[in-house]
Design a protein around this ligand. Structure first.
Ligand code: IMP
Ligand code: MG
Length: 174
């Protein structure tokens, strides 16, 4: 595994933006508990940092989704690989995702979780590639809009590598 390429978003920029998002979410949800639902595995670092930037009491759960895609694209088929441990009925839910690309994953998940009757449900995503959207997704809290480039780091992987990089980088030559 070679060291991944060009830094797109630095550690410092991530830290600053996550703090801003946390402050906004805290103001929007003065009363807890707020249920943070992380989508495995890419959201893990973002969720850990965001949770600590939110002053409202939170509860944390994870859901696993796999999409059948060729190369780096999502095919449109999505499967649940790990369900929530907690009931979200009547709860305020914030779905936490690493990146919104085609929107297929979050579109599927929003419908799935809505059936569980949460009191409210919003989406927070660190990154957004709006140019690639195929399905409508309303991202209430969006960290950074990025161009159509494949990125790794801060949870995002390429074939399971590079997740633990502290910053977000563009992998060139894919
Ligand atoms: P969507 O269903 O197309 O919106 O895909 C979202 C998922 O695809 C994310 O949760 C990531 O796992 C993956 N993904 C999309 N773009 C990238 C990228 O640039 N780098 C790494 N993973 C990505
Ligand atoms: Mg993902």
């Amino acid at each position: 595994m070679t060291v991944a390429g060009r830094v797109l978003i630095s550690e410092q920029d991530i830290r600053r933006r996550v703090a801003e998002m946390g402050a906004q979410i805290s103001a929007d949800y003065p009363q807890g508990p707020l249920y943070l639902i992380g989508i495995l595995k890419g959201s893990c670092f973002f969720l850990a940092d965001l949770a600590r930037a939110i002053s409202t009491p939170v509860r944390i759960d994870f859901i696993g989704i796999s999409s059948y895609g060729k190369n780096n694209t999502t095919s449109g088929e999505v499967k649940l690989t790990k369900d929530l441990d907690l009931s979200i009925e009547g709860c305020d839910v914030l779905v936490v995702e690493d990146i919104v690309d085609s929107g297929v994953t979050l579109n599927y998940l929003s419908h799935l979780l809505a059936q569980r009757k949460p009191r409210s449900m919003r989406i927070a995503a660190l990154l957004d590639k709006p140019s690639r959207r195929q399905r409508a997704v309303e991202v209430k809290y969006s960290g950074f809009r990025i161009p159509d480039e494949f990125v790794v780091g801060y949870g995002l992987d390429y074939a399971e590598d590079y997740r633990a990089l502290p910053d977000v980088r563009v992998l060139d030559g894919l």
